[in-house]
Design a protein. Sequence first.
Lengths: 162, 162
Amino acid sequence: MRLSEGVEWTVHCCTLLAGLPPDAALSAKKLAEFFDVPPDYLAKHMQQMSKAGIVNTKKGPNGGYSLAKPARDITLLDMVEAIDGRVCSFKCTEIRQRGPSGVSPCSYKTPCGIARAMRKADQVWRDELRKTTLADLQIIGLRETPPEQMNKAITWLKGLFT
Amino acid sequence: MRLSEGVEWTVHCCTLLAGLPPDAALSAKKLAEFFDVPPDYLAKHMQQMSKAGIVNTKKGPNGGYSLAKPARDITLLDMVEAIDGRVCSFKCTEIRQRGPSGVSPCSYKTPCGIARAMRKADQVWRDELRKTTLADLQIIGLRETPPEQMNKAITWLKGLFT
DNA sequence: TAATAACGGATAAAATATATCCGTTATTAT
DNA sequence: ATAATAACGGATATATTTTATCCGTTATTA
């Protein structure tokens, strides 16, 4: 029961992208360098973000990734689901239908109570993730990032757009 | 991001145990037969339930597993955590500290905003699971199990305690 | 005393997550 | 035009986790 590492990577990437000048883009290679993660693998994840409509892509020199919409309109859930999918964390294999007491599948009118409770919990989890937007994360980042790191980051970014 | 199959198995097993006469017990072998799942592997999971204090165990002939407390006092969360543990589904690897902009670890006063949002969502998920008790699941089972299956189950169980 | 059953440890097998590589296409700066 | 850049998709490799089995030990009971 663990979210893939790609979730952490891509959410951080999007937070960084949210702070970029309007028409700027960062390549997978540069993003990977910034966070010190495997470039090729991060690229795969960013492609999923692109498919999910969260980021735009631009090929060629000075190309890369940029946000596809305002940070306010991108939720944490959007990003989590782009990487980890939308299927419920609980997979019901209908074991109630198996074994010596099982009867024909059409006899079961509703999903079993266990599956229903699990799905409800999964739902509130997603609802909670939906409450946080990329804009929220960006503001938290601006407020809480150590000043020294902020300076280093700005310097590093400036070096790219010259 | 998926719960292990063992969660489904053990919750179903506990629901069955909840319906047994007070001093009756069912062995891993019998439980596995009832649900048609691998006996040895189910046994491993039931041992985790035992360690978590959810079921009692009794060795020897006519031994097996029985509930360690009233169904009302066992939550779905208890059972989920017995199998899948209590660690948050999001693992923060502190990538903010890495790369060219990272600064010394002691500069970071709080967990990053992303980790905090993820933990909050994990918390509401657990809170929701805590709301459902084994007694609730038992009642739902009694109400919704097809009559034909109920009869077969009772017959099968009677065959064991003679 | 023989059969049953939990328990713990050691593997083994299967599935999934992580990671790399390569050829293709699109784009841009020179 | 051309060379360099960068996303994209597919194939493949590696690592980790999940699933599953097996076995010896101990406790218990008929």
